[in-house]
Design a protein around this ligand. Structure first.
Ligand SMILES: [Zn+2]
Ligand SMILES: [Zn+2]
Length: 416
């Protein structure tokens, strides 16, 4: 074959697309009940948006971005995540002038230049939400409550919530110092990446997947012991609201999240349906990012989750059931095609889903096609029916047959 997709991306074809639509529809419905509106940002941005936003020393920025120069030599990047773009859009479109809080959700493709492997793609899809304009910890709790509603609506079981607070610009420097001190005495355990970046960003080590760095985590100083009074109170109130919302959670003091922009609340959700090692969804608060991007001081909090796994889970549990059509229209001879075309249009105008033969197939093969299409009814038009102004119908579930007058279409089928 001449053309194939580039490495690490995939087509999504019917009937699987029906699963994607289902996941998207459930997400839109749940988000609406929490007052979130959709925001759509470009998938392509200036590279600097992500290097500044996500952080120079993150794996995403160091190794995984899909970056290239455009024809004018500007460095562009296919978005590796959603938050940086939404924050840019929030400022650029002056959405901060609207009454706070402003709550947005997005769904769509993201791009990371990772080594392709099973279940990981260079183009993957995320659903995410961002709420701007309040640092009230009840917003953090509402966000987790919404996330739980979404995962439950998708039928996901065995949910476990882990939360942490990673402090603010007042208390994090003290913690960084303690962590750097701890790590500098154990440099021989650090992987090459962390050895290079631990002084610039020691928190990254807690997030590193290399086994030797992992082994340092347990004994490492915990940020939760270094929180300032404001952060301590914020974290306490957050946990209180989670209890009010009936969300069971555990505190994971080592969870710092991979991106530089997080402050205070961070969280991850795992599901026993998907194996406890991998988070289904993750997020946190990023109170400094809007200002960092040149906007007004605006606290914000959000989360994102990968769609591929939600689709796989739905498919494993329910199978793929694309919606069938209502009517398959069969014709006995080419001379009837024009007439059928008009009648099909009339049925469609009434909102029915109708398919007809285009290949001049035999009646037998048209009826086979009707069965396969999941149609509830087959309509059959022959010379005899045409002369009498009727159409023959057959209900495919039980084979019962009859005739319907042309002028009774489409009303006859709407009631059935
Ligand atoms: Zn603090
Ligand atoms: Zn490491």
């Amino acid at each position: 074959m001449k053309f194939r997709t580039i490495k690490g991306v995939q087509d999504i074809t019917p009937p699987e697309t029906s699963l994607w639509q289902k996941v998207e529809a459930i997400a839109r419905r749940v988000f609406r009940t929490y007052g979130y509106s959709e925001i759509r940002t470009p998938i392509i941005e200036f590279t600097e948006l992500f290097t500044r936003g996500i952080g120079e020393t993150t794996d995403i920025v160091e190794k995984e971005m899909y970056t290239f120069p455009d024809r004018a030599g500007r460095s562009l990047t296919l978005r590796p995540e959603g938050t940086a773009s939404v924050v840019r859009a929030y400022i650029q479109n002056a959405l901060h002038t609207l009454p706070a809080p402003q709550k947005f959700y997005y769904l769509g493709p993201m791009f990371r230049y990772e080594r392709p492997q099973k279940g990981r793609y260079r183009q993957f899809h995320q659903i995410g939400v961002e709420a701007f304009g309040t640092d009230n910890p009840m917003m953090d709790a509402e966000l987790l409550d919404m996330l739980r509603s979404l995962l439950e609506a998708l039928g996901m079981g065995g949910l476990a919530f882990e939360v942490n607070s990673i402090g603010c610009p007042q208390c994090r420097p003290g913690y960084r110092e303690a962590l750097t001190g701890y790590l500098s005495g154990r440099r021989d355990h650090l992987c090459n990446d962390c050895l290079r970046r631990y002084e610039k960003n020691p928190l990254r080590v807690l997030d590193c997947k290399s086994p030797s760095c992992q082994s340092l985590k347990q004994e490492a100083p915990r940020i939760i012991d270094h929180l300032c009074d404001d952060c301590k109170e914020h974290f306490e109130r957050f946990r209180g609201y989670l209890k009010t919302a009936g969300i069971d959670f555990t505190i994971n003091p080592l969870m710092v999240r991979g991106l530089d922009y997080y402050t205070r609340t961070t969280f991850e959700v795992t599901s026993s349906d998907l194996g406890a090692q991998n988070a289904v969804a993750a997020g946190g608060r990023y109170d400094g990012l809007v200002r960092e991007f040149g906007g007004p001081d605006t606290p914000a909090v959000g989360f994102a989750l990968g769609m591929e796994r939600l689709v796989t889970l739905l498919s494993d549990r329910e199978g793929v059931h694309p919606p069938g059509i209502d009517v398959f229209f069969a014709i006995l001879g080419e001379g009837l095609r024009e007439r059928a075309f008009r009648l099909v249009k009339r049925l469609r105008s009434a909102g029915l889903s109708v398919e007809m033969d285009f290949l001049g197939s035999s009646l037998k093969s048209q009826m086979r096609r009707a069965d396969k299409s999941g149609a509830r009814y087959a309509l059959i038009l022959g010379e005899d029916e045409l002369e009498r102004g009727v159409v023959k119908y057959k209900r495919l579930s039980d084979g019962s047959q009859g005739e319907v007058r042309e002028e009774e279409l489409p009303g006859f089928f709407l009631g059935l």
